[in-house]
Design a protein around this ligand. Structure first.
Ligand SMILES: Nc1ncnc2c1ncn2[C@@H]1O[C@H](COP(=O)(O)OP(=O)(O)O)[C@@H](O)[C@H]1O
Ligand SMILES: [Mg+2]
Length: 236
């Protein structure tokens, strides 16, 4: 097993009140690993800790074996982690293509940036059709595509996606999940944070369930989907 990201017993607090209580998990290279949990469970805080936005005050976070828990966010990003935040947050007054190019800001080779734009359009043909449209005028589902595409433009080794299905119509949820599966098949390791249990477990390999800042279940996606405990908590 080739572990790309490991989180070992982290505690993270806001205003000295712990929100994460000893969370440990691993993300194996090449997989989609998901974190399931309801509102307020601590999912986004876990991502903020990994990115160094709200650093953990105890525990260790390693990316490709190197401790990253004390690094500033820009260095975490530079080490090969991209994040698509909750709520997507496209730049509304910029075109689709300008939004994508922002994601590759660390790449100075114009040919390489152009290659990545084309690769992103191959995954999202709709974005190619709308390349000159202002992102703020697109539907929520299309903005989700822009944000995922922007994350990919950095060519990350780990792509973290925070609740991509939130507020989307079922059709777009389905399409965006399919595309996340495609991205993973291209070789990108994905950490997917979601409340949409059924569709997430359908594309994930491995998963964890977070509740009130603690991991309460973990296993293969299949085992979690079959688990009575998870079923009782989420499928009710
Ligand atoms: N900036 C903040 N300041 C204080 N408390 C926060 C802040 N952000 C989140 N919290 C609290 O931390 C807990 C976990 O929140 P969060 O990580 O956003 O959960 P999730 O993403 O699973 O919905 C919640 O109780 C929330 O109210
Ligand atoms: Mg959240």
């Amino acid at each position: 097993m080739n572990v790309l990201l490991s989180v070992e017993g982290i505690y993270t607090a806001y205003d000295r009140v712990d929100v994460l209580h000893g969370v440990s998990l691993t993300v194996e290279a090449g997989t989609i690993t998901c974190i399931l949990g309801s509102n307020g469970a601590g999912k986004s805080t876990l991502i903020r800790s990994i990115l160094g936005l709200t650093p953990a005050h105890a525990g260790t976070i390693r990316f490709d074996g190197q401790p990253i828990g004390r690094l500033p966010t820009h260095r975490v990003i530079a080490s090969g982690i991209a994040c698509i935040p909750e709520g997507r947050k496209v730049f509304p007054k910029m075109t689709v293509e300008e939004n994508l190019r922002v994601g590759a800001y660390q790449q100075r080779d114009d040919h390489e940036v152009a290659r990545r734009v084309e690769q992103t359009y191959a995954l999202f043909p709709r974005l190619k059709e709308r390349r000159a449209q202002l992102a703020g005028t697109m539907s929520g589902g299309e903005q989700a595509m822009v944000s995922i595409g922007r994350g990919l433009m950095a060519q990350p080794r780990l792509l973290i996606i925070d609740e991509p299905s939130l507020g989307l119509s079922p059709l777009y949820v389905k399409e965006n999940f399919r595309i996340i599966g495609d991205i993973n098949r291209l070789g990108v390791t994905v950490l997917l944070v979601e409340q949409n249990v059924r569709q997430t477990l359908a594309i994930a390999h491995h998963g964890y369930v977070l509740s009130q800042g603690r991991l309460v279940a973990q296993g293969t996606a299949q085992a979690l989907a079959d688990s009575e405990e998870v079923r009782a908590a989420y499928f009710g």
